[in-house]
Design a protein around this ligand. Structure first.
Ligand SMILES: *[C@@H]1O[C@H](CO)[C@@H](O)[C@H](O)[C@H]1NC(C)=O
Ligand SMILES: *[C@@H]1O[C@H](CO)[C@@H](O)[C@H](O)[C@H]1NC(C)=O
Ligand SMILES: *[C@@H]1O[C@H](CO)[C@@H](O)[C@H](O)[C@H]1NC(C)=O
Ligand SMILES: *[C@@H]1O[C@H](CO)[C@@H](O)[C@H](O)[C@H]1NC(C)=O
Length: 487
């Protein structure tokens, strides 16, 4: 899907003396292809060694009943590069500032979900982490279920999300770093930093450098791999610091991190743009994923409170960068109901009661006159290429008139399920209630999907073309409907 260019330059070897950073004066490549790194020894980085040692110590210490000294630093359950880089960086920082209070970063995704984000895999390889993510702690590796572990810990730190996911609700929140909207959760957390930067890694990086540069006993060793992981996250979120979403804070913090990284002899803006391009290409390399993987890749769910007389429900949102037609095409039997069977299989495993799948894709007429669809990462990919347009009224009448123009489309799939918290009649009622909220939204102007006739009970698909109509727009509409269900 994208051209893999092998860069055959030798990797600079990290300086191993504890209080210096790598003394490389030549260019350090950011490898574009996982296979290109096969000649590089796995997991040789200082950061990888520290992570592996910390993970082993954590698993042993928790088994001994010593949870009370530990801090868990966790990103959001989407598990993107920003969450991952922020969590592992802050854990490294805490563990070095006060080793008597050990800290570990936690990925809130299962180990086998890591490969659903090829950009994460690539970024980790470039900072010399072990293959298979053995040195990272993932959700399914917790020695005790999260809900039981939560109250036993010293506390948790939230990065890249403003309030804990349900399992962690009984943990002490020590600190929060986030670039989303502040929900006033844990007012006494410290530091408690909310700022609308492009990347949460900017906020974590800034706080880390501020503290490191003022430690009375002098700086601890900041491995260049850690700095480069943070810079990679900032690069992908800020489109290489070029996009308007890059705030002055992102740029200033990136420059402070860059000066200490192994890339410091290169031009920061050029390097950040290169890295953003390589990671963005990797991120789009999703053609090998099946429907189950696509549902899991960017899933955000949780318990939503409902009015008194209704059971609280587990509501989940999947963001998928392909149309439903494409997804049906990759099911074994290529039928609509096959797609819903896969959805049912996945959501019954995680005990979700309602699923909202948000598809985004581009449609255009190709050279041979055939209608072509292309994946589109939607909210995660806000590039405005010249040949792309939002659909306007004229397009609705005849989208195909505009040969070669790419038109961005979105779909909303809604399913409710009666087999966990809901009875048949409650599942029907919830389905009708959420449907009503979607259909009556003036903002969305949602239309029934063309294949509506192939849908079963409690299944619906709408299409719409709102430019920023991804999860950030739909989730509050649905959450609000669920909170007012039956009122
Ligand atoms: C916490 O750490 C201190 C200092 O290392 C140690 O003495 C204590 O036993 C630990 N407590 C627990 C519950 O692990
Ligand atoms: C948190 O604690 C409350 C009160 O003990 C309990 O009812 C609730 O189930 C706990 N939450 C989780 C996720 O375990
Ligand atoms: C696919 O079709 C075959 C043959 O009609 C049927 O036996 C099988 O159950 C179907 N599988 C799914 C997942 O629908
Ligand atoms: C989901 O599908 C897998 C593989 O087909 C199967 O082993 C598993 O039992 C299914 N789970 C549920 C909850 O249906």
């Amino acid at each position: 899907m994208y051209t893999q260019h092998l860069i055959l330059a030798a990797l600079a070897v990290a300086a191993s003396s504890p209080f210096s950073i790598a003394a490389s004066t030549h260019q350090v490549p950011f490898l574009a292809s996982p296979s290109a790194s096969s000649s590089i020894p796995a997991g040789v980085g200082h950061f990888s060694e520290w992570s592996a040692a910390t993970k082993a110590y954590f698993l042993e210490d928790i088994a001994k009943g010593n949870a009370a000294n530990w801090t868990l630093v966790m990103g959001n359950e989407g598990g993107d590069l920003d969450s991952m880089a922020s969590a592992f960086t802050w854990a490294y920082h805490l563990g070095h500032v006060d080793p008597s209070k050990p800290a570990i970063g936690l990925l809130q995704t299962p180990e086998d979900a890591l490969d659903l984000r090829p950009e994460n895999k690539l970024a980790l390889e470039n900072v010399k982490m072990s293959p298979g993510h053995q040195d990272l702690l993932t959700f399914d590796e917790l020695p005790i279920p999260a809900a039981e572990l939560a109250p036993l810990l010293r506390g948790i730190v939230l990065v890249d999300h403003p309030q804990p996911v349900a399992d962690w609700e009984n943990a002490t929140i020590l600190s929060i770093f986030d670039h989303h909207v502040d929900r006033d959760y844990a007012p006494h957390a410290s530091p408690r930093i909310f700022l609308p930067t492009a990347s949460c890694s900017t906020l974590v990086g800034r706080q880390m450098l501020n503290e490191v540069e003022n430690l009375p006993e002098g700086e601890y060793h900041l491995p260049h791999e850690l700095l480069e992981l943070l810079l990679s996250a900032i690069a992908i979120d800020s489109k290489g610091l070029q996009s308007k979403v890059a705030t002055p804070t992102d740029k200033f913090v990136a420059s402070r991190l860059f000066r200490r990284s192994a890339w410091r002899d290169e031009s920061m803006y050029d390097k950040m743009e290169d890295i953003a391009d390589v990671l963005k290409d990797a991120k789009k390399d999703l053609d090998h994923l099946n429907v189950r993987d696509l549902l899991r890749r960017d899933w955000k769910g949780g318990i939503v409170e409902t009015p008194e007389d209704k059971p609280d429900i587990h509501l989940g949102f999947a963001s998928i960068p392909y149309s439903l037609s494409y997804q049906i095409g990759i099911t074994p039997n290529q039928t609509t109901q096959n797609w819903f069977a896969i959805e049912r299989n996945w959501t019954s495993e995680i005990h979700a009661d309602a699923t909202v799948a948000l598809n985004s894709f581009k449609r255009y007429v190709g050279k041979d006159g055939e209608e072509v669809e292309e994946m589109w990462l939607g909210d995660e990919d806000e590039d405005e290429d010249e040949d792309e347009d939002e659909l306007d009224e004229a397009d609705v009448i005849s989208p195909l008139k505009r040969k070669g123009r790419k038109i961005k489309e979105r779909q909303i799939i809604l399913v409710t399920r009666p087999d966990h918290r809901l009875s048949e009649s409650l599942a029907d009622s919830l389905f009708a209630h959420i449907s009503e909220a979607i259909e009556s939204s003036d903002v969305l102007n949602a239309k029934p999907w063309h294949g509506k006739a192939t849908l079963g009970p409690r299944q619906m698909v709408w299409t719409h073309t709102v430019a920023n109509g991804g999860r950030k727009l739909i989730r509050p509409i649905v959450d609000d409907a669920v909170e007012k269900w039956g009122l």
